[in-house]
Ligand binder design. Structure first.
Ligand SMILES: Nc1ncnc2c1ncn2[C@@H]1O[C@H](COP(=O)(O)OP(=O)(O)OP(=O)(O)O)[C@@H](O)[C@H]1O
Ligand SMILES: [Mg+2]
Length: 320
């Protein structure tokens, strides 16, 4: 295994790109590139490329590496961030798919973005929105002729919590051409054994880098708070009469609740934090970076509250 500790390196000859800076991959100074990653023939890859693994095995680091390795001249590329907790392309509670712009391989990519509101920072209790989001985002990208999509999945694979069934359902729906599996031990085997023998996909096993680090709950919470803070930093207030909009699932607003303002296709135009509720006049005051309600078709209320001072989130227990 090769450990690269320099700030630049030359891509293997399978890629047309010349060089890139390592800290563009993961926000850290050095990324360990295992020999198995380098050996991949990226010129053969197309369709949906799904990266699966338990938390902190290095899925995002590999997915970003893979995205850069794809042949930009061959097909339009997109990156699907499937983690509503430690999101890399959008604010927490959402999944986002962003297209690469031209041959530019910077991260985050600079092309068109589609965003889907999951309404929670974890797939626990929200597996259906995660599944629906992945399917809707991939379909939207394909309609826009983006035919190679790296899907960086979340680490929710625990069979006891339904994680296997979520991944299996995603595989059935999205029909990935390749599944890149990163395992700490053998934790994905009961998911992968039938897939390895099936013709419906191709499983590629990758070793976990020794540099992959576990991040504990406080780190994850702080990452989300910083991500929300960045997202809302240039927000203003919008007053909304909720009788003028469709509300999913019901107009049952709570203080500091996170909501999504959605377009007619169900994609997120912007998120908002409920800062005041006027039940007499059916109005909510939302803090949101969205400047106009012109394209808003519906409001989707989430199951999370975000403190507008600290941007820390907490789960809401909705009664209806
Ligand atoms: N190949 C690598 N070289 C250097 N650091 C790495 C490598 N792989 C992972 N890491 C580090 O380990 C941590 C976890 O990596 P990463 O975010 O890629 O994992 P993940 O599987 O996507 O996690 P999550 O389940 O939270 O989505 C990060 O701090 C990352 O920078
Ligand atoms: Mg990740």
């Amino acid at each position: 295994m090769k450990n690269l500790r320099t700030s630049n390196f030359v891509l293997p000859k399978t890629s047309k790109n010349a060089t890139f800076t390592l800290n563009q991959i993961s926000g850290v100074n050095a990324v360990d590139i295992p020999a198995e990653w380098e050996k991949l023939d990226a010129s053969e890859l197309s369709g949906t490329l799904m990266v699966v693994g338990a938390p902190d095995v290095g899925k995002t680091t590999f997915a970003r590496y893979l995205f850069k390795r794809l042949d930009a001249g061959k097909s339009r590329r997109g990156y699907l961030d499937g983690d509503p907790g430690q999101s890399s392309l959008g604010p927490p509670c959402t999944m986002s798919l962003t297209a690469a712009k031209d041959e530019n391989d910077a991260f985050p990519p600079a092309g068109e973005t589609w965003r889907y509101f999951v309404g929670s920072v974890s797939p626990t209790g929200h597996m259906l929105p995660v599944l629906t989001g992945a399917a809707r985002l991939v379909a939207a990208a394909k309609e826009a002729a983006i035919s190679t999509i790296v899907y960086d999945t979340n680490g929710f694979v625990d069979p006891g919590l339904g994680g296997f069934y979520l991944k299996m359902a995603e595989i059935d729906l999205l029909k990935p051409q390749v599944i890149f599996a990163i395992q700490r031990q053998q934790e994905l085997e009961s998911l992968l054994i039938p897939l390895r023998r099936s013709k419906r996909t191709h499983v590629i096993d990758l070793p976990m880098s020794p540099d992959a680090q576990r991040r504990e709950r406080p780190f994850r919470q702080e990452y989300r708070a910083q991500s929300f803070a960045r997202y809302f930093q240039s927000s203003a207030f919008l007053r909304i009469n909720w009788r003028s909009f469709v509300i999913f699932p019901t107009p049952h607003f709570m203080l500091h609740q996170l909501v999504a303002l959605e377009d007619a296709r169900g994609f997120t135009l912007g998120l908002g934090i409920v800062e005041e509720i006027d039940r007499i006049f059916s109005q909510v005051y939302l803090r949101t970076p969205l400047h106009s309600l012109d394209e808003v078709d519906a409001i989707r209320v989430g199951d999370v509250a975000v403190d507008p001072e600290t941007f820390r989130d907490r789960r809401l227990n909705r009664k209806s």
